[in-house]
Structures are given as structure tokens and as C-alpha cells.
Design a protein around this ligand. Structure first.
Ligand SMILES: NC(=O)c1ccc[n+]([C@@H]2O[C@H](COP(=O)([O-])OP(=O)(O)OC[C@H]3O[C@@H](n4cnc5c(N)ncnc54)[C@H](O)[C@@H]3O)[C@@H](O)[C@H]2O)c1
Length: 433
């Protein structure tokens, strides 16, 4: 019998070794009741665009949810919203350590983490340590050490019966949930390939004020700096990577990516690239091809498509082919729904824990970025077992610090942290001479 092409559901789940191993480590115990107070008291950490929107989404998601504390690196950010949420000065915290002050309070039950991604692993670790339920924005990590820390925090959260929800809001959209279920039940047959995109125009950079230190200016422009954002693959394309991972049920076995900086020329645009392309390979040579771009004046395309032996899907409510279907159920705002699901899970005593799968898709994004920076094609398992890359930030970071802008990664000299030189060896594609 000819070998079947594409990935069956069973193969996909089996090949998700990293995720499955981590899930096993997380252990059981999600069903023990949590003694909820009537009101869930929420602290917002990172009072920027998403954080403020998330706080509004959170209080709009259920009765008896209240924002009671605010923390941000900068006074102006806290000051701009404290009257909206009616927060007393005693519950406003400012500075890079503000999150610790907030988390040490007994009158905060849950925190929303919406600072730049680099701070997430330390903040989620501290939050779980202090017994808080955590909503953490995506991405949850920007390096292997960060992903590992998040997996450890997720495991602890599970033991402590704390909720850990990950800001991958599409996974809470009923149109997406139903589409993924149908694909899992075979609606498009065996998956053969996938495509995913986050192509957009440029993003604004905030001009530097003479009074600002390097660190203050970079924090206020975090997407431009790898040490804070992890680059576009990690902080934006992670959403598409996460959906592809949900459909395929696996991390890719092999990663091959490229990228560059065509229109971002000077240090005012940090050290990030402005375009990337990548190929992920799964069992049976199933490929997922993705790209992302931030270049002024270019066309926007954000989305994904998965193609199977019986049809195709956008993963967001449409299936084409033999089992054509379109979602026509209630439309919800997934940014509100993720909080509604979280709050319900806490009150039901069955707290959601999305930490491990969020760490998995963040790690896949890191794999792609590292492949692009180094122009090396490698096995995920090889990279995950060998890399000692850590972009974790220690307590020594100060707002007043000097931090010169680094040059963008140069693929001819970029070294994969912790890797032996054979990482650069040419690999022949099967069948090539
Ligand atoms: N899920 C989604 O669809 C989605 C959408 C947008 C942004 N995000 C994520 O949300 C996060 C925030 O993005 P944003 O657009 O709101 O950025 P932003 O710059 O508007 O806000 C970040 C805030 O964090 C503060 N901050 C920086 N470092 C801090 C620290 N160490 N401690 C406390 N506060 C600190 C900043 O002063 C700022 O107010 C990012 O991780 C981003 O990737 C997710």
C-alpha cells in the first residue's frame, strides 16, 4: 500500500513531544475547588495600549470583577488611567519593581501582565509564587530560558490551582474553537500544508526626548528592540503560529527561516528585522510556510490557511471542500471571551491553565527567529536540547541605565548560543545530488 501523505491526527499528537512532555510534567489536580471571594480583585501590570484594553475587557467579561491596583514602569502611564478605574494612590505602583510591590498585596487576587514580552517570565513566576491568578499577554517568552520558566510557572500554577491564561484570544473565539474541532474530527482530511502571514505597514517610533535614558526610550519603543520584544516573529506572528500549532497539534520537527532589514536602517529603528520568511516541516514532509513584515506603504495580510486531503480552512469559521461549512453561531469579542472563560474557570474551581501550550508556540516562534538570524536549518529537538540562549532580565536593570542600540543580527556572523560549529554544516535535501 502506498504510504499515506499528510499528517493524521494520531501522528500529530504523537509528534508533539515537547508539548506532551511538558503537559505530563504539569500533573493533574485542576479539579480541586478554589475558595473564591465574591469579587475577583485584579491588578494591571503594564498600563499601555493592550493592558488598558485588557483591563476593560476583563471587567466587562463578568459580574464581580474589579480592577483594584495599577503598576507601570512610568508614572505618566499609571496617572493617565487611575481615575478611569478609580484607583487610590495607595494602590498605584511605579517602577521596574512595581509588579513585586503589587503582587505582595493580599487584596489582589489576579494580575494582568501586559508589559513588553521580555518581562513576562519573571513576572509570571513571581505571580504564581505569590498565589495570584494570571492573565499574561502573548507572547509569553522570547527565548528558550523564558519558555522554560513559563513551563515551570505553569506547572506550579497547576499544583496551586491557579488560573494561567495566555492572551491567545483566538483560541477563545467560538468560531475558531468549532473550526478546530471539525478539523480534529477529519473535516479537511489529513493536513498536507499550511500558510500563515502577518504582513503590515510600518509601526511608529516615538522620538527620543533629551531627558530620556537609553532604557527609558527603548522601553517606550519596545517592539524595535530584540531584548524587549523578541522581534516581530515572536511578538506578532506568534498568534498565527499558535493557531497553526492548534490545528496541527504539534511543534514543527524542522525549522528553516530567513529575514532581513531592508527599510529600517539606523539605530532609531532599533535592531529588529523588518521582514521574515519561514518554513516549518512536520512528519511526512508536511510543510507550513509563513512570513511577516512591517514596512511602510506595503499591503496588509494577516491570517492563516490549512490545506488537507479533503478541503481547506482559515481556522476562523470557514471550511471549504468535501465538508464545506461556515460558522453561523453567536459572534463574540475574543478579547472579552478569554476573560469570561478565565473568570468562570476560577469560580467553577477548575482553573484554566494555558501556560504550557503558550510556551510551546512562543518557543516555535523563537526557533524561527533564531533560524532566520543564523540562516541555519535545524531540527527543533536539536535546538531545544542544545541552546543556552537567555534573554531573561535580572533585577539589576535600571530605568536610568545606558544601553547602546546593538547592530541588527548579521547572518554571516550570528552565533547560535550554546551551539557547536557543526550547526553550520550544509544539509542536503532528500533526493538532491
Ligand atoms: N493578544 C494580543 O492580540 C495583543 C495585542 C497587542 C499587544 N499584545 C501584547 O501586549 C503587551 C503590551 O503591548 P502594548 O501594545 O500594550 O505595549 P505598550 O507599550 O502600549 O504598553 C506596555 C506598557 O508596559 C509598561 N512597562 C514597560 N516595562 C515595564 C515593566 N518592567 N514593569 C511595568 N511596566 C512596564 C510601559 O510603560 C507601557 O505602559 C506586549 O507583550 C504585546 O505583545 C498582545
Amino acid at each position: 500500500m502506498a504510504e499515506k501523505k499528510g499528517l493524521t491526527r494520531r501522528q500529530l499528537l504523537r509528534s508533539s513531544a515537547v508539548t506532551a512532555g511538558a503537559l505530563a510534567a504539569a500533573g493533574p489536580g485542576a479539579n480541586i475547588a478554589w475558595s473564591a471571594p465574591d469579587t475577583i480583585r485584579v491588578g494591571l501590570i503594564g498600563c499601555g495600549k493592550r493592558g488598558v484594553a485588557a483591563a476593560r475587557n476583563c471587567i466587562g467579561s463578568a459580574q464581580g470583577v474589579q480592577v483594584v491596583a495599577l503598576a507601570d514602569a512610568f508614572e505618566d502611564k499609571v496617572g493617565s488611567i487611575k481615575s478611569e478605574f478609580k484607583i487610590a494612590d495607595s494602590h498605584c505602583f511605579v517602577g521596574l519593581d512595581a509588579y513585586k510591590e503589587m503582587m505582595s498585596r493580599d487584596d489582589v487576587d489576579m494580575v494582568i501582565l501586559a508589559t513588553p514580552p521580555a518581562f513576562r517570565p519573571a513576572q509570571v513566576t513571581e505571580a504564581v509564587e505569590k498565589g495570584k491568578h494570571v492573565f499574561m499577554e502573548a507572547p509569553v517568552a522570547i527565548c528558550p530560558a523564558g519558555a522554560k520558566a513559563v513551563v515551570e510557572a505553569a506547572t506550579k500554577a497547576s499544583e496551586k490551582k491557579l488560573a494561567l491564561v495566555a492572551g491567545t484570544q483566538k483560541r477563545h473565539d467560538p468560531a475558531v474553537v468549532e473550526t478546530l474541532k471539525r478539523i480534529g474530527d477529519g473535516a479537511i482530511g489529513d493536513i498536507m500544508s499550511a500558510h500563515f502571514y502577518w504582513n503590515q505597514g510600518g509601526i511608529p517610533v516615538e522620538a527620543r526626548k533629551p531627558t530620556q535614558s537609553d532604557v527609558e526610550w527603548q522601553l517606550r519603543n519596545w517592539p524595535f528592540f530584540i531584548w524587549l520584544s523578541g522581534d516581530q516573529i515572536v511578538y506578532q506572528l506568534v498568534h498565527q503560529i499558535d493557531l497553526i500549532e492548534a490545528a496541527l497539534g504539534a511543534q514543527p520537527g524542522m525549522v528553516h527561516a530567513m529575514g532581513g532589514r531592508q527599510f529600517r536602517k539606523g539605530p532609531q529603528h532599533g535592531d529588529v528585522y523588518d521582514h521574515f520568511g519561514m518554513e516549518f516541516t512536520y512528519d511526512n514532509d508536511v510543510k507550513a510556510i509563513g512570513m511577516c513584515r512591517q514596512i511602510e506603504g506595503t499591503d496588509e495580510l494577516i491570517g492563516q490557511r490549512v490545506v488537507g486531503t479533503k478541503g481547506a480552512s482559515d481556522l476562523c469559521g470557514t471550511i471549504e471542500g468535501e465538508n464545506a461549512w461556515r460558522y453561523d453561531g453567536p459572534k463574540v469579542d475574543p478579547y472579552v471571551q478569554e476573560f469570561a472563560d478565565m473568570v468562570k474557570s476560577i469560580r467553577d474551581g477548575n482553573p484554566l491553565n494555558e501556560g504550557i501550550r503558550a510556551a510551546s508556540s512562543a518557543m516555535t516562534a523563537v526557533l524561527a527567529r533564531e533560524s532566520a538570524y543564523s540562516r541555519k536549518r535545524f531540527k527543533s529537538s536539536w535546538y531545544i536540547s542544545k541552546s543556552d540562549l537567555s534573554l531573561l532580565l535580572g533585577d539589576e536593570l535600571k530605568l536610568t541605565d545606558a544601553r547602546p542600540v546593538l547592530p541588527a543580527p548579521n547572518p554571516t556572523s550570528y552565533a547560535l548560543a550554546g551551539m557547536a560549529p557543526e550547526a553550520g554544516k550544509k544539509r542536503k535535501k532528500k533526493g538532491s545530488k
